[in-house]
Design a protein around this ligand. Structure first.
Ligand code: K1U
Ligand code: ZN
Length: 166
């Protein structure tokens, strides 16, 4: 397994729209393993393939305290949304920035697991927020795009300054 490089906002590659996975094969399972190591090392509770410059519809999530409840979503689709709720979000591609975003309170998702089997999941709370945040990454959308142009521009400048210092 390997820890992969995570793209940082405002890298234009974060705005790439991911393509569906055609076959859940050994290459996909290797990428899942590498993304898992990357997410736990960061540390984070979710990671989309887009963030490691792989533009396919794959995301992983583990919102457990014990970091032993990995969930894999391949070609995910939200088939039902209910309610609205604001939640403080972070992003491994925008380190150090936490902002409130309003999203659906609960979602019903359909996806394939790491064995290529279809499953349906009803999510609420942090899992619901995380699924919607990661699915936005697959659409090329970063959570700062929900913020005001002024906040977004301040965050962009802060990130550019940080990347020049590295
Ligand atoms: O997509 C990502 O960049 C991962 C992101 C997921 C997320 C967190 C909170 C709300 C919405 C989406 C993160 O994991 S940011 C880091 C984080 O939240 C965290 C890190 C360590 C322990 C607990 C949380
Ligand atoms: Zn993110």
């Amino acid at each position: 397994m390997a820890v992969l490089n995570i793209l940082n906002y405002p890298d234009p590659r974060l705005h790439t729209v991911a393509k569906p996975v055609k076959e859940v094969d050994a290459n996909i399972r290797r990428l899942i393993n590498d993304m898992t190591e990357t997410m736990y090392a960061a540390p984070g509770i979710g990671l989309a393939a887009t963030q490691v410059n792989q533009h396919i519809q794959l995301l992983i999530i583990d919102t457990s305290e014990t970091k032993d409840a990995l969930q894999v979503f391949i070609n995910p689709k939200i088939i039902e949304k209910n309610g609205e709720r604001a939640f403080e979000e972070g992003c491994l591609s925008v380190p150090g920035v936490y902002e409130s975003v309003t999203r659906a309170e609960t979602v019903k998702v359909e996806a394939l697991n790491r064995h290529g089997e279809k499953f349906t999941l009803h999510a609420e709370g942090l899992l619901s927020v995380c699924i919607q945040h990661e699915m936005d990454h697959l659409l090329g959308k970063v959570f700062v795009e929900y913020l005001s142009p002024l906040k977004r521009s301040r965050i962009k400048n802060k990130m550019l300054k940080l990347s020049r210092q590295k």
